[in-house]
Design a binder for this molecule. Structure first.
Ligand code: ZN
Length: 204
């Protein structure tokens, strides 16, 4: 059981290599301010040593904490390249484990939101309401994390036997016209690979 107050805060916040700078009880959400323990970076252009310029408060939608909506405020270091011949003047620190560049939501909250929408089939607006943010923030996360899953070449592994199964998809219009679909199944693993409109060769 951990008893060191600093370590207890770290465990609760659950992020690697960060310092908790403060926790605020705001009317609409819990506000947790953090800084990273990253070392002084080098300039991304000339690789020279950077100097601290200032600090920017970046507010990110985070996972609800103990039933409270939560905002993670990342006090991001902005660095300056002192090299007069370098094209880079200032640059912000990055840590994809906390949040992707320019994202308005933490990485973990984005993954959770994507799972809610993609796996549980919940509406984007409903997930946004849980997090206390607008639907565009959730949609951005679903596009970012969902796209990574779809583009993963290992999503569908090599198949040895493919089966086709015709399935009544729905009944349409006043005469309940039947619309069929063809399901493409990996027989060996029982995994659904794709669903195609129609049930004849012309459709596929
Ligand atoms: Zn530079």
């Amino acid at each position: 059981m951990e008893t060191d107050p600093t370590r207890m805060c770290e465990l609760l916040v659950g992020l690697p290599d960060v310092n908790i700078e403060g926790i605020g009880d705001w009317p609409r959400w819990l506000r947790i301010a953090i800084t990273t323990r990253a070392e002084r970076p080098v300039c991304p252009s000339c690789a020279g040593g950077a100097r601290r310029h200032d600090v920017l408060d970046v507010e990110l939608v985070d996972l609800p904490c103990f039933g409270r909506r939560t905002r993670l405020v990342w006090l991001k270091s902005r660095w300056r390249c002192p090299n007069p011949n370098c094209e880079v003047v200032t640059f912000l620190e990055v840590d994809d484990r906390i949040a992707a560049e320019r994202a308005g939501i933490t990485d973990r909250a984005g993954r959770w939101a994507t799972f809610q929408v993609g796996h549980h089939g919940r509406a984007v607006s409903e997930v946004a309401a849980d997090l206390g943010c607008d639907r565009h923030t959730v949609m951005d996360a679903v596009n970012r994390h969902g796209r990574a899953v779809i583009d993963d070449p290992n999503r569908i592994r090599a198949t040895t036997a493919v089966g086709l199964d015709e399935v009544l998809f729905c009944r349409e219009g006043p005469f309940k016209h039947r619309l069929w679909s063809t399901q493409v199944v990996d027989v060996a693993r029982g995994q659904l690979l794709d669903v195609v409109r129609g049930r004849d060769a012309a459709s596929t």
